[in-house]
Design a protein around this ligand. Structure first.
Ligand SMILES: *Cc1c(COP(=O)(O)O)cnc(C)c1O
Length: 430
């Protein structure tokens, strides 16, 4: 028998629960957003987009104002808003002039849209592995996956930390590839002197309701390239009926959509953007506390922050040394959850393992685009192609969603205490 007191018995094993409270869902919206939305409603103009070549092709006053503010905040020449970042990703892949059958290298450790945006244009997602430190694409794996068909890299700044853009840019230049950066989870994260997302040919951020700042739904693409910005604006707003009057001669991928964001969302986005720095700073403060409080727990690695970078902690992404711990991630997750630790994520997706890729059934039922002539080779999605992402997915990743709830200092202390309680009792869990 162990010598621990009864109160130290794990909740999972019948002891008392350490954190006996529910955490409030994080809500970044305040009076400012309410007032801004109210003014738009009172103006009667909820959207001012016209799907033709007209001054209103660019949207109404709040769309324009929000885009100009994003340009100034992120330090880019062009910001283009969308009704979601999924739409923004679709527009970005179309804008770079992708051809059906072209390959785009993408991380499997991300939200589905990073890869679906590629398939949208009948291009082929090729999954490269990620790095264990940052969960971003592994440059060596990118190089190994480059084929004569490769046209672009879809880099994902997952959890809140930028990919190593200098290294990615070198690879891209060497092979004449474009870089799209899915920075949905890392707005305001720094890479050297720039913001994550702005070092790609096109980058961008999500404004959906569980991201750092939000407008319910929404997205922002950023680029310094006027032509790419123009092409994204066209894809956003019914390109095919606009090109002739606008004098656009490059018709490739000028298939339009309605990807337009409304005036209310943009009015709230203007207010949200003003709060981004303070929000990120509060998450960084919680992360510093966790870094300190969890340091030294055997077999647990807290998030790495690479030199010259900052992390904005959409997820406080930890890794486990399962061998050293001697228990499974699932058991550990159960034990922590039973103590009342909220917002624990056992994994991100491994996209290549989704049925769509495993069975190669996307458009229709006959395997298009993979079975068509446009697809030049048999792209491999089998288990084993991304060993690091797969290991993290199956057994060694543990994330804490700092973004999802309000946490006081005292609550962060309790969460740290819960980790220590579980670690003191690892033997009992084995
Ligand atoms: C949220 C998210 C998206 C999609 O953004 P939406 O605005 O919800 O469409 C894409 N990629 C990543 C990594 C995300 O986290």
């Amino acid at each position: 028998m162990n010598k621990q007191s009864a109160s130290d018995t794990l909740a999972l094993l019948g002891g008392p629960r350490l954190i006996d409270r529910t955490f409030a869902r994080y809500n970044p919206l305040g009076r400012e957003e309410v007032e801004a939305a109210k003014k738009v409603v009172e103006s009667g103009v909820l959207s001012q987009f016209l799907g033709c070549w007209d001054p209103d092709f660019f949207g109404g006053p709040k769309v324009q104002e929000f885009e100009r503010q994003c340009e100034s905040y992120f330090g880019v020449k062009h910001a283009v808003t969308f009704n979601s970042w999924t739409s923004g990703l679709v527009a970005a892949v179309g804008a770079i002039g992708i051809e059906p059958g072209d390959e785009v290298i993408v991380s499997p450790w991300t939200m589905a849209a990073s890869a679906t945006a590629i398939l949208h244009w009948n291009a082929i997602p090729v999954f490269a592995d990620i790095e264990r430190e940052t969960f971003c694409l592994d440059p060596d794996s990118i190089e190994r996956n480059i084929s004569p068909q490769t046209r672009a890299i879809m880099s994902v700044d997952i959890a809140g930390h930028s990919a190593d853009m200098d290294v990615l840019r070198k690879i891209a230049d060497k092979h004449k590839l474009k870089i799209i950066s899915d920075t949905a989870q890392a707005p305001a994260a720094k890479y050297k002197d720039r913001y994550a997302g702005t070092l790609a040919d096109i980058g961008g951020y999500s404004l959906n309701y569980h991201k750092h700042i939000h407008t319910g739904e929404g997205g922002i693409a950023v680029t310094d390239d006027a032509d790419l910005a123009d092409r994204m604006r066209l894809i956003r707003n019914h390109a095919e009926v606009v090109v002739e009057d606008k004098g656009v001669t490059n018709l490739s991928n000028m298939i339009g959509h309605n990807f337009r964001l409304g005036e209310i969302e943009c009015a709230m986005g203007i207010e949200q953007l003003k709060k981004l720095d303070a929000m990120v700073a509060s998450r960084q403060r919680i992360a510093r506390k966790l870094d300190k409080g969890l340091a030294g727990l055997k077999g647990l690695k807290t998030p790495a922050v690479l030199p010259g970078c900052t992390h904005v902690y959409y997820v406080y992404a930890m890794t486990l040394d399962i061998k050293a711990l001697g228990i499974s991630r699932q058991r550990l997750h159960q034990a922590l959850t039973a103590e009342g630790v909220p917002a624990l994520a056992a994994s991100y997706q491994n996209l290549h393992l989704l049925p769509m890729y495993q069975k190669k059934i996307a458009y229709g039922s006959k395997g298009f685009p993979w079975t068509s002539d446009i697809c030049k080779r048999d792209v491999d999605y089998s288990k084993g192609i991304c060993p690091v992402a797969e290991d993290l997915h199956e057994s060694s990743f543990l994330g804490f969603g700092i973004c999802s709830h309000v946490f006081s200092d005292e609550e962060v202390e309790l969460i740290i205490e819960a980790f220590h309680k579980v670690w003191r009792n690892l033997e009992a869990l084995r």
